[in-house]
Write a protein that binds this ligand. Sequence first.
Ligand code: PXL
Length: 261
Amino acid sequence: MRVALSIAGSDPSGGAGIQADLKTFHQFGVYGEAVPTLITVQNTVRSSRVEVLAAELVAEQIAAVLEDIPPDAAKTGALGSAAVVRAVAEAARNFAFPLVVDPVMSGKQGLAFAEGDTLSALRSELMPLAALLTPNLAEAEALTGFGIATPEDMRLAARELIRLGARAVLVKGGHLAGEPVDIGFDGESFREFAGVRIVTRHTHGTGCTYSAAITAGLARGVPLWDAVATARRFVEEAIRTNPGFGRGNGPLNHHADGGLK
Ligand code: PXL
């Protein structure tokens, strides 16, 4: 059995963060490990608190996992502080497996996961270690300084993110109007991952679930863009069949058919 590791925040409502990642790993037939970086207080209608863990506590957890059950792929989500980013990057320099970096900056209800210089630490320390970077439009804008309003802008941003050191980039276009298209770029060629827009308020944890599904594919040895295509279909199906939980932005259905068991 293959193993995947998530290094990310905790969402007690179970829709996002390490909870979403573990469910997604499981659904893809992969054994999941999880190192929490921060604790949030939130549900589908409100979020009121973020406590970022000490960087050295995060580093110790990663070391414990690596020395005993090393994963076949890992992902990062919300990291919370520049110190945690640097601790994760220091460990990741020695990773013998691919790392997916989801540059999460905030949660659904505007909860900030990135104090102070987290963004610049992410850009300079962690991005160069990413086998794949998975920004949404706001994150791609923050990392590049570009404004993004069209698919052409997404391509320019992808080029810039490769120039800044990522090995491959998936710029997610779900927040542009029209049918959602994600753009992949590996420094050589562009790929498009087109989907169908599902009109629902239940999209909490979509980004986490997407990058976790990609990570599970990589852990299983699936080639990068095939892993992205499968993950894209899984997330769409998970949104379509959401359980309707919560009075606000509810979670996806992590039991959706991943197409890979
Ligand atoms: O989807 C971004 C995200 C990441 N990590 C945690 C979250 C959220 C959204 O709510 O709670 C812990």
